[in-house]
Design a protein around this ligand. Sequence first.
Ligand code: NAD
Ligand code: TYD
Length: 327
Amino acid sequence: MKLLVCGGAGFIGSAFVRVRLAAGDEVVVLDKLTYAGRRENLQDLEIEFVHGAIEDPDAVAKAIDGAEAVVNFAAETHVDRSIAEPDAFVRTHALGTYVLLEAIRERRVRYVQVSTDEVYGSIEEGSFTESSPLAPSSPYSATKAGADLLVAGYVHTYGMEACICRGSNNYGPRQYPEKLIPLMVLNALHGDPLPVYGDGMNVRNWIYVDDFARGIGTVLERGVPGEAYNVGGPDEAPNIEVVKRIIELTGADESLIEYVTDRPGHDRRYSLASEKVRALGWEAQVRFADGIGRTVEWYRDNAWWWEPIRSGDYRAYYERHYGRALG
Ligand code: NAD
Ligand code: TYD
């Protein structure tokens, strides 16, 4: 199958490209290369690369030519950045998704919108199913929910072959170090403070990136048009436990933990029920205890990947956000 992967130079998109190339697909990547999108993530892969934004109809027309399906990962993905500067989130998620939907409506190709558990909001007990109401609580999740609703509206109105795939918190190689796990791993390796928000008891439902990538592939191949599918990880953990596990794996000192001011509107817990995608034949393969070890090892072995990030604009972001310089 010839696939257009939007946002394929990011963390999850590039893992998905690897999975699909191994399965014999032909892949075109359309990516704007924001701070989070990197050609290095696609290094040594045989793909066609189109540099452009999903909100640009000309770039989309060029990239989609001959594609049999489109999978959209392109997004602004960091909640803290969405709180500080929401405009790019609105542009990419609302306008970008609209431009893609128009392009696939004309061409009648299959479409998967990659979404997140955050569109359901926070849940104290139990797990969200696909019929749980959308109740987003940050500019990130609100704009992602808006994109999901636009997809649903297009399916209902125009009868398009589109599905939505909602993942829980991903971790693994090539994740930009603004997110909890890579940030803590790199800070621990450098002896920098480990900034834990609030009381550290917010719970996330962790999924290894390759498991999510395979889940999206399952939905692409076997999902029923118009349906949403949750793809949740096999394990949940409070943030402080994740940080302590990273300390053990890196040999860092627990005194590096620093409790800092909480994120405004911080969702307490995410949890997904994934029976619907399991019924299509998907199963998570990597437990957190194993995946976190692999992840720490990857960052330890791939300084070439993160050194340019830690010495570039990221330093300024870090200083702005955490009010202190990186060591
Ligand atoms: P990422 O930030 O690593 O990558 C995003 C990619 O999209 C980058 O390559 C970036 O350059 C590209 N991009 C951004 N705006 C664009 C635009 N307007 N046009 C074209 N390309 C653009 O993100 P990720 O963690 O790989 O997330 C990918 C998708 O998965 C997102 O839609 C996100 O909402 C969803 N998701 C992420 C997680 C997670 O834990 N990271 C969990 C569930 C769902
Ligand atoms: P993050 O990786 O930003 O993902 P999300 O907010 O989309 O779930 O954060 C995961 C959890 O870790 C979240 O509860 C916020 C918390 N966190 C910290 O405690 N310290 C940090 O420096 C960061 C980036 C996140």
